[in-house]
Design a protein around this ligand. Structure first.
Ligand code: ADP
Length: 283
């Protein structure tokens, strides 16, 4: 009988105290596109850290949630940003009444409990923050916490997972080679049309025809990068638009507010996108 994992979403700094969320009863839905799950499982078994590369909204976070459930490990997620300090990850002393108590940060908690620690958008964090993971990702598997003088060994099951978007501002190559070479890297991209439609249907509840229309629209919009569209529609946006349609919003309007406005402020590009909506959604 494997223990059901708890999913704790821990925001950095002031939101540390956020407790563990109820474990999901069913496996989080994740449609596999290759043998990424097998590779991840081997990495988990063999104490290898994993980097997930790919555009935003293509399923990286969902994949980690799915794998944590599958492996029966708690998941602790940290959304990285440029203010994230090593202290945010490791922990800090807090004053409680007239006592000083140590409170573990999310990384320290994950190390002690043998959780999967997911550093989402890791490239957003400063390099001097990222180096705290070094001793965890080699044979030592320990986390030194200077402030308490501890060397915390990683409990069995602990695994470090990072994600980043190679097209966005900072590239993986911007990470120090000494950091980069500590990870097995899995490439993610938007799924092929049939599969993406399956995801949109499952996540939003729309029928197959609508799912295919949205995916078709999404893939045509992804070609607009030539015309200057900087951010292409992700699977996440297609799902959100599907939800609006499923909620009774007229499909064209759902596409305007769910797919076009979030992606561009440029009137010419928005017009090109609206033309695509009118071509694809013939009703
Ligand atoms: P990322 O972490 O890459 O930014 P997410 O994992 O949050 O993206 O994916 C965004 C949404 O897209 C998910 O909440 C889910 O609804 C959907 N999604 C994307 N890919 C998949 C997939 N392979 N299986 C199931 N859902 C997916």
């Amino acid at each position: 009988e494997t223990e059901k994992p708890a999913v704790a979403s821990v925001a950095p700094s002031s939101e540390f105290e956020g407790g563990a969320r109820q474990p999901p009863r069913d496996a989080p839905f994740y449609l596999r596109s290759g043998n990424e799950a097998e590779i991840f499982e081997q990495c988990h078994k063999r104490n290898l850290a994993v980097a997930l590369k790919g555009p935003t909204g293509c399923g990286k976070t969902r994949f980690v949630e799915h794998m944590a459930w599958h492996l029966g490990r708690p998941l602790i997620t940290v959304s990285c940003h440029d203010d994230l300090s090593a202290t945010d990850l490791l922990g800090r002393y807090l004053i409680r009444g007239n006592e000083t108590v140590w409170q573990d940060g999310p990384l320290a908690r994950a190390v002690r409990m043998g959780a999967i620690c997911y550093l989402d958008e890791v490239m957003e964090a400063r390099q001097d923050t990222i180096v705290v993971i070094h001793s965890l990702t080699d044979h030592r598997r320990i986390l030194p916490i200077d402030k308490t003088g501890e060397l915390v060994p990683a409990a069995p099951g602990f695994q470090l997972v990072i994600s980043f978007n190679p097209g966005y501002q900072h590239a993986f190559k911007d990470l120090k080679p000494s950091t980069r070479q500590r990870f097995v890297a899995l490439d993610f991209s938007f799924p092929p049309p049939e599969q993406e439609a399956e995801i949109v249907m499952h996540e939003s509840g729309v029928d197959r025809a609508t799912g295919m229309d949205l995916v078709n629209l999404g893939s045509r919009m992804r070609d607009l990068t030539d015309q200057g569209l900087a951010e292409v529609p992700s699977t996440r946006l297609l799902v959100a638009t599907g939800r609006l349609i499923q909620g009774g919003i007229a499909p064209r309007q759902a596409c305007y507010v769910g797919l076009i406005s979030p992606l561009t402020d440029d009137p010419a590009i928005a017009a090109a996108m609206r033309d695509l909506v009118n071509v694809v959604l013939v009703d």
